[in-house]
Write a protein that binds this ligand. Structure first.
Ligand SMILES: Cc1cc2nc3c(=O)[nH]c(=O)nc-3n(C[C@H](O)[C@H](O)[C@H](O)COP(=O)(O)O)c2cc1C
Length: 266
C-alpha cells in the first residue's frame, strides 16, 4: 500500500504527475492516494522529500542517486554484454550464499508486467546430484517424445541420443550439466518476466566473475520429470529458465562475430 507521510509532503505534485495510473491527487496541498495500485514505486522513487512509503515491501536494496545521467558508462556496459559467453567448462568451486544473494538481486529489481513480481528462484547447489538424475530421466522421456514428433532419424533426436548414450557410458560425460556446480531454476506465470530477470541475472553473474549457461535442454527435460518438479516444488508450466552457474574454467581472448542487426527504420 502506498502511504503519504503528510508531515513530510510539501504538495509539490511531482508524484501526481509521475503516477502511471493517475492514482495520486493533491488534496489540501498534500499528495493523496485514491485507491490501491500496482505499487510500481515511481512515486517513492521521485519524491524529493522522501514522503512516500510502500508498506508491503521490505525496505532493503534501496539506493540513492546523485546524478541519473551517468550511472554506468554505455561503452563499458556494451563491453560487459559482448564479453559474456555461454560457459560449458567450470571450476570445482561453490558459489557463496552472499554471491547468490547479490546476483539474484538483479532479478528482483528487473521490470515485471503490471509490476507482478511473480517470480521464484530455486538455487540447486547442495542437491545437484539428485536433480541431475531427475533431469536425465526427463531427458530420456524428451528423446522418446521427439522421436514421435520428429522421427528417430531427425538431427535433433540423433544429437540427443548421442548425448544420452555418452552419459550412460560414462557419467563424467555430461553434456547437459557439463561440470557446473549449480543450477538456477526461474519460475513465473509470465515467460517474458522470467526471461528478463534471467538475462539481468546472467549479466550480473558475469560482472561478478561467474559464468552462466542457459540450458533449454535441461528446461525441457525437467518439465518432463514429474518427480523432479515435485522435488523442487515447482510447476512444470511455470519454468521460464534453467541456468547453470559457476566459476568459468575458460578465458576468452575476444568477443564473437554476430550477424548484422536486422532493423527496420520507419
Ligand atoms: C534460451 C537458451 C537456451 C539455451 N540452451 C542451451 C542448451 O541446452 N545447451 C547448450 O549447450 N547451450 C544452450 N544455449 C546457449 C546457446 O547455444 C548460446 O547462447 C549460443 O551458442 C551463442 O553463444 P554465446 O552465448 O556464448 O554468445 C542456450 C541459450 C539460450 C539463450
Amino acid at each position: 500500500m502506498v502511504e503519504i507521510m503528510k508531515e513530510l509532503c510539501t504538495g509539490c505534485g511531482v508524484c501526481v504527475r509521475e503516477c502511471p495510473v493517475r492514482n495520486l491527487t493533491l488534496e489540501n496541498e498534500k499528495a493523496s492516494v485514491k485507491r490501491s495500485c500496482m505499487e510500481c514505486g515511481h512515486c517513492f522513487a521521485i519524491c524529493p522529500q522522501k514522503a512516500i512509503n510502500i508498506s508491503d515491501y521490505p525496505s532493503d536494496g534501496i539506493i540513492e542517486f546523485e546524478n541519473q545521467t551517468s550511472l554506468v558508462d554505455g561503452e563499458e556496459f556494451l563491453r560487459l554484454i559482448k564479453s559474456r559467453r555461454s560457459i560449458r567448462d567450470y571450476q570445482e568451486k561453490r558459489i557463496a550464499k552472499e554471491t547468490w544473494e547479490k546476483i539474484l538481486e538483479a532479478g528482483r529489481f528487473t521490470a515485471t508486467s503490471g509490476n507482478g513480481q511473480d517470480l521464484k528462484y530455486v538455487v540447486v547447489q547442495n542437491d545437484l546430484e539428485t536433480v541431475k538424475n531427475y533431469v536425465w530421466d526427463g531427458f530420456a522421456a524428451l528423446i522418446e517424445q521427439l522421436k514421435k514428433s520428429k522421427g528417430s532419424t531427425s538431427p535433433l533426436v540423433r544429437q540427443l541420443r548421442s548425448m544420452n548414450a555418452a552419459h550412460l557410458a560414462s557419467r563424467q560425460d555430461d553434456r547437459l550439466f557439463f561440470n557446473a556446480p549449480s543450477l538456477l531454476v526461474i519460475t513465473s506465470a509470465s515467460p517474458l518476466d522470467g526471461g528478463l530477470a534471467a538475462s539481468n541475472i546472467e549479466l550480473m553473474a558475469h560482472a561478478e566473475g561467474l559464468g552462466v549457461l542457459f540450458s533449454g535442454f535441461i528446461q525441457r527435460a525437467l518439465a518432463l520429470s514429474e518427480d523432479g518438479c515435485n522435488y523442487l516444488r515447482i510447476e512444470k508450466t511455470r519454468i521460464c529458465a534453467c541456468m547453470l552457474l559457476g566459476y568459468p574454467n575458460v578465458e576468452y581472448r575476444r568477443s564473437v562475430p554476430r550477424r548484422a542487426t536486422q532493423i527496420t527504420w520507419k
